[in-house]
Ligand binder design. Structure first.
Ligand SMILES: C[S@@+](CC[C@H](N)C(=O)[O-])C[C@H]1O[C@@H](n2cnc3c(N)ncnc32)[C@H](O)[C@@H]1O
Length: 206
């Protein structure tokens, strides 16, 4: 079994409880802000237990994927509670089961910290995004502040082994390496750790 799926299956029942405080204080506000933007055909990658579902806009096609069945069960329950109408699918971000250029927007919130090969995952998002499409991300990333960075590097072996997420991912750099142009990079909290990114595909030279 996939290691990430196994880790998230294991914590899926308690995930919403673990996250409840930070969700109430910070994340819920940020989710409401992010979801004002995506329109058209939307893909959410790493939907988890469906914390974004209450904020989904009413659109014709919204597909949400995750690799963990346990987390997807949580998302299913949120839909049953009456919010939104996405199609939920088990799939791997690093190998998306969609044709090239099939979505207007892709959303991910706190996901690329746990994808084993984040550049491969971002390249897949790049592939399935339309040429004029946009990707919206909320992420915690490697800080440029020396002390915070040191704290992140020291704690990473613990968070990655216990919970399956890395606190030292340089997601801004990974986005650029994967071919994206960063059009918005907003510092949200903890200096430059929590960030909101909006990115677009760089036009390839003809
Ligand atoms: C920290 S949780 C965030 C969940 C949700 N986006 C949120 O905002 O609460 C990360 C999620 O990414 C999923 N994930 C990690 N690697 C993945 C991959 N390669 N393919 C699909 N989902 C993945 C995990 O299963 C987990 O549900």
């Amino acid at each position: 079994m996939n290691k990430v799926a196994w880790r998230y299956d294991r914590i899926s029942r308690y995930y919403d409880i673990f996250q409840s405080l930070i969700e109430r204080v910070l994340f819920s506000r940020w989710r409401a802000m992010l979801w004002r933007y995506p329109r058209g055909d939307i893909l959410e990658v790493g939907v988890g237990t469906g914390k974004n579902i209450p904020y989904y806009p009413k659109v014709k096609r919204l597909i949400a994927i995750d690799i963990s069945e346990g987390m997807l069960e949580g998302a299913k329950r949120k839909i049953q509670m009456g919010d939104g109408s996405p199609i939920l699918m088990k799939a791997d971000i690093m190998n998306l089961p969609f044709k090239d250029e099939s979505f207007d927007c892709v959303v991910s919130t706190f996901v690329f910290c746990s994808v084993p090969d984040p550049i491969k995952g971002l390249e897949e998002v790049y592939r399935v995004l339309k040429s004029i499409g946009k990707m919206y991300l909320l992420e915690h990333v490697l800080s440029e502040n020396r002390l915070i960075r040191l704290w992140e590097e020291v704690h990473n072996p613990i968070t990655s082994r216990l919970f399956g997420f890395n606190v030292n991912r340089d997601t801004r750099r990974n986005l650029k390496v994967s071919g994206f142009k960063v059009t918005l990079d907003k510092k949200m909290a903890m200096k430059d750790v929590f960030r909101f990114f909006v990115v677009q595909k760089l036009r390839k030279a003809q």
